[in-house]
Design a protein around this ligand. Structure first.
Ligand code: NAD
Ligand code: UDP
Length: 312
């Protein structure tokens, strides 16, 4: 039975990944500092004999005997990663150094949860893995974008210099149940506002685009990537179907039968205008492709938030 470490395991994506790994029969240790994650995301695993949760901040070194490490620890919502940008950078940079050192010591394989944000506000569309990106190094998003870029760079340097076994996945916008009510990302913000009948605030004109991948399909890509031999990546993981933010708002209003009105608020600084993954590499190397339609994933997510609001 493989021993697996998931950093950020109490977060939105991390908790689904832990669940998948336990289902596959691995022994899983999750570490988290609970900045955006919650123990409740793992309530179904807490008493499982193959599961352990440790309160730990990845900016500090840790020694654990593991064979695989998934490094997910990092707030992913712009609202939360910008609330303490210095800490966000430390989490990405010191976090990946600590995990690389651990991987080196334990001879473990390390997968980094990178992001489409390494492409910044892309000048190429769709974004292929060989595109170097267009990131503002001094903007409000740079703590996250540059943190993830230096993490990729460190991964490759540890691989070349110290032969650490690495995997890099560039995750595009992912959504689903277990996002926090105050997560701040677009899908949860719009659903929560629609369910409460509050105004739905679109930043800018709403013509900016994103592609949305349902969380269970995304964690499947992470697991498939971890299992590959002789392939480091980076590989994009996302759903290539592109929507404007206005279309998303209209869809959610329609699906929730909401009386909410759409309002326009000021555009966010450096908000990427268009984003869409090129996923040929994922199809070829991982045999992975997402199939869940946005409407189907939204339905599950809306049900989740409906229940959450009833209980809160
Ligand atoms: P999330 O904010 O829900 O989860 C992040 C988890 O990391 C939380 O449990 C948080 O408490 C924990 N964490 C943060 N800082 C930490 C630290 N210093 N030490 C230990 N734990 C820490 O975000 P998510 O959507 O689940 O994202 C998970 C990972 O996937 C992140 O690395 C993110 O950058 C990456 N990613 C996610 C998306 C997406 O759309 N969800 C897109 C691209 C990349
Ligand atoms: N957005 C919005 N209203 C919100 C939250 C987000 O219009 O309440 C927009 C945001 O400006 C961006 C897109 O939705 O263009 C996706 O934002 P999110 O924070 O989910 O993630 P990003 O892809 O920007 O990291």
């Amino acid at each position: 039975m493989k021993k697996v470490l998931v950093t950020g395991g109490a977060g939105f994506v991390g908790s689904f990944l832990c669940e998948l790994l336990i289902d596959k029969g691995y022994e899983v240790i999750a570490i988290d500092n609970f900045y955006t994650g919650n123990k409740s995301n793992l309530s179904q695993l807490i008493d499982h004999p193959n599961f352990k949760l440790i309160n730990h901040d990845v900016v500090e070194p840790i020694k654990l005997e593991v064979e695989w490490i998934f490094n997910l620890a990092c707030p992913a919502s712009p609202v939360h990663y910008q609330a303490n940008p210095i800490k966000t950078t430390k989490t990405s940079v010191l976090g990946i150094i600590n995990m690389l050192e651990l991987a080196k010591k334990m001879n473990a394989r390390l997968l980094q949860a990178s992001t489409s944000e390494v492409y910044g506000d892309p000048l190429e569309h769709p974004q292929h893995e060989n595109y170097f990106g267009n990131v503002n190094p001094i903007g409000l998003r740079s703590c996250y974008d540059e943190g993830k870029r230096i993490a990729e760079s460190l991964m490759y340097d540890y691989n070349r210099q110290k032969k650490v076994d690495i995997k890099i996945v560039r995750i595009f916008n992912t959504y689903g149940p277990r996002m926090n009510l105050n997560d701040g990302r677009v899908v949860s913000n719009f659903i929560v506002a629609a369910l409460k009948g509050n105004p739905i605030a679109i930043h800018g004109d709403g013509l900016q685009t994103r592609c949305f991948c349902y969380v269970t399909e995304l964690v499947d890509a992470l697991h498939k990537m971890m299992k590959t031999k002789h392939f480091i990546g980076p590989v994009n993981a996302g759903n290539p179907k592109e929507f404007t933010i206005k279309e998303l708002a209209e869809k959610i209003i329609d699906m929730t039968n909401s009386r909410s009105k759409i309002i326009n608020s000021p555009a966010r600084n450096d908000d990427p205008l268009r984003r869409k993954p090129e996923i040929t590499l994922a199809k070829e190397k991982l045999g992975w492709e997402p199939f869940i339609k946005l409407e189907d994933g939204l339905l599950k997510t809306i049900n989740y938030f409906e229940n959450l609001l009833k209980c809160s």
